[in-house]
Design a protein around this ligand. Sequence first.
Ligand code: NBP
Length: 476
Amino acid sequence: MSVIAVVGLATMGMNLARNLARNGFGVSIYNRTTSRVDDFMKQYGAEGAFTPAHTPQDLVAQLDKPRRILMMVKAGPPVDETIDHLAPHLEAGDILIDGGNSYFLDTVRRGKALEARGLRFIGTGVSGGEEGALLGPSIMPGGDRDAYQQVEPMLTMISAHVDGDPCCTYIGPGGAGHYVKMVHNGIEYADIQLIAEAYDLLTHALNLGAEDLSRIFSEWNKGDLESYLIQITSEVLAKRDRATGRPLVDVIVDEAEQKGTGKWASQSALDLGIPVTAITEAVFARSLSALKADRQLAARTLIGPNGGGKAPAPASLVDDVRSALYASKIVAYAQGFEEMQAASNENGWDLQLGAIARIWRGGCIIRARFLNRITDAYAAEGGIKNLLLVPYFRDAIASTQDAWRRVIGVAVERGIPVPAFSSSLAYYDAYRRERLPANLVQGLRDYFGAHTYRRIDRAGSFHTRWAQDGEEVPVR
Ligand code: NBP
């Protein structure tokens, strides 16, 4: 008998099944295309206590009760189809876990539908890619809390560990786990975009090649920027293409793809009214990159700066870009945490943001030395309004902002697009302003649509008959 089943044996399921077995758990395995089950057994069967299943009936017969089934299938309709395939064979109290990148509202819907059938549902984010799944991912489980207790020992054991702490904790009810994974991925989009802008700027402003840049990123990985993404950037830039002898990155087509989590994070932020500019710019940057044919035409048609930025950029630009990257990264994370707080308030999830920062320190794609700072900030003080206001981050930006501004100046002067750097700085400058030009926005809205405005010196709402007699009238 097995204590858990893994259904879906592509990259993630296969490696999570191996991780579970390596930690001593008996694992049943099943996949829609059953040849994958046989292939798995041939390749990895000797690694642990695996039991292959070729039908859902076989699968449920092999499992201890309550049955625990971890589904690792493609997000979207395949999850519903897998549930429909398995659920008729399950009994009240059995537990289905969706470990894919499902949209959080789908998770809410599935949880309710399964509850009505007496089944328990956990929607969990799993981050770390192939290597994380095998050696220890960051795990963000949400949904039925009692059901989580039944799988907690397994999930915590297979997760990454940092300073002895597992990178797995119960996130909250309903779709909370998948929501937090979605924001994690959104931050990952922003992080990657910022790295890409740093690469682009240094390439074009200083005429550096991929291997020079690899060394720079490797150096940056020894300081505050130390992170998995900076480390792998250095490795990607160092790689030579066997076929051409050129840096591999130079022969990769410049069209970024996306699977949807960054877009969902942006859409949810728009619904909540939370400005996550870095994530959203990163999503748009991928969309713009995908317009390759349009860009090829525009490259021959549109004109860049006239003579601007012809003087060689100072070598100190490298250090300035590092500072700009760090400052922009702080903004991106602050925005992501704001989004999670707003979603928590909206949905009554009671998200523990400090615990979320803690489980992101290891295993996941955005793991970074920097996450320790966020964990420490939440441990030191509750009720953080915005990470930018925390003394460590406030001071970090104060000391890097001049470099940040210089970098954006260099980019603008040379016509090098840095949407995530510049929107992060614009957010910072807007957030720290007590008075923004929204007064004029309100005036205009009232002029053309009688939308009313409030005054700084009196309570109530007002409308001015701008184009008639010019009189101001109280509205309510
Ligand atoms: P994929 O997302 O590539 O999905 C492949 C799996 O889904 C196969 O087992 C396939 O079965 C199954 N499947 C499909 Br496609 N349609 C199905 C259907 N209608 N009914 C039943 N099964 C179906 O796998 P993955 O890359 O391992 O990712 C799994 C999940 O984890 C996804 O939600 C993904 O977004 C998420 N995730 C992936 C990563 C990563 O680095 N890859 C990281 C974190 C999270 P088949 O063999 O019969 O076609």
